[in-house]
Design a protein around this ligand. Structure first.
Ligand code: PAF
Length: 281
């Protein structure tokens, strides 16, 4: 397992692997790896001859006053995990390598990024799509792997790939959860013990909503109110949004039918957590 910091060196390694007929699998991350990332890595490893995981805390996707500075950075322990999981390369560029002086080009997916997380984090998705497009151009992967936990990010990236005819197959991998259902996230480490315990309400409320839907409830407003009510019982929870939307345009639906995304963002103290489920009826 090798840690590479320079684009030119990474490209040379990829060229060599390709000349041996290997497929390139790519897992973009911001590091502080947990079992959710390792599930992406496992899948990438199983399906490709060369597996690359990037670790880059991307300043473009953090807003003013957000946690860019505090975002956990643990390259050494991340490298141990990637090696153990059989990953071949960690690409860990510096900010200067990714955004040299004079950088002026951005990738912006419209509409889908204006809602849900985009409403409270206005430049977030522009930062995500810009860095993912750059990483795709650098790595030129056959297949790339993202987590379902970031449902809106997954839909936005899939749309970017489609709209810009990028030659990469994007896989979305199911969310990995703690024993009490909390979605694994690098930001869970910010939670105090009381907040951590309260945060289990997120998946509980989504699961109960799913049961309501399986039981025949189809009114999106009723389901949304159901989840808001459950979460509001938790005094440490501060709801940003609970939304019931379609999985194409991320627009609110009135009636739940077909494939529907139920997504939420909730603050516990300073920590903003997201989670979601997709129901198919
Ligand atoms: O999901 C993440 O960790 C980041 O948003 C990503 C896709 C690596 C882009 O910085």
């Amino acid at each position: 397992m090798e840690i590479i910091r320079e684009i030119s060196i990474l490209r040379a390694r990829i060229k060599e692997a390709r000349s041996q007929g290997k497929l390139v699998g790519f897992v973009p991350t911001m590091g502080c790896l947990h079992k959710g990332h390792l599930a992406l890595l496992d899948k990438a490893r199983a399906e490709n001859g060369l597996t690359i995981l990037s670790i880059f805390v991307n300043p473009l996707q953090f807003g003013i006053g957000e946690d860019y500075e505090e975002y956990p950075r643990h390259l050494e322990s991340d490298a141990v995990q990637v090696k153990k999981a059989g990953g071949h390369i960690i690409f860990a560029p510096t900010v200067k390598e990714m955004y040299p002086q004079g950088h002026a080009t951005y990738v912006d997916v419209e509409r889908l990024t204006a809602v849900l997380c985009g409403a409270s984090r206005p430049h977030h998705f522009r930062g995500v799509t810009t860095v993912v497009a750059k990483l795709f151009n650098i790595v030129n992967p056959d297949q790339a792997y993202f987590g379902q936990k970031d449902a809106q990010q997954a839909l936005v990236i899939q749309r970017m790939v489609r709209d810009l005819n990028m030659n990469v197959l994007v896989h979305i991998i199911p969310t990995v959860r703690e024993a009490d259902g909390l979605a694994m996230s690098s930001r869970n480490s910010y939670l105090s013990p009381a907040e951590r315990s309260a945060a289990s309400i997120l998946y509980k409320s989504l699961s109960q909503a799913s049961e309501e839907i399986q039981g025949g409830q189809r009114d999106a407003a009723v389901i949304q109110a159901f989840i808001v009510e459950k979460i509001s019982l938790e005094l440490l929870a501060n709801i940003d949004y609970v939304a019931v939307v379609d999985t194409e345009e991320i627009r609110p639906v009135k009636e739940i039918s077909g494939r529907t995304l139920i997504a939420l963002a909730v603050r516990f103290g300073k920590t903003r957590l997201i989670d979601n489920i997709i129901v198919e009826v």
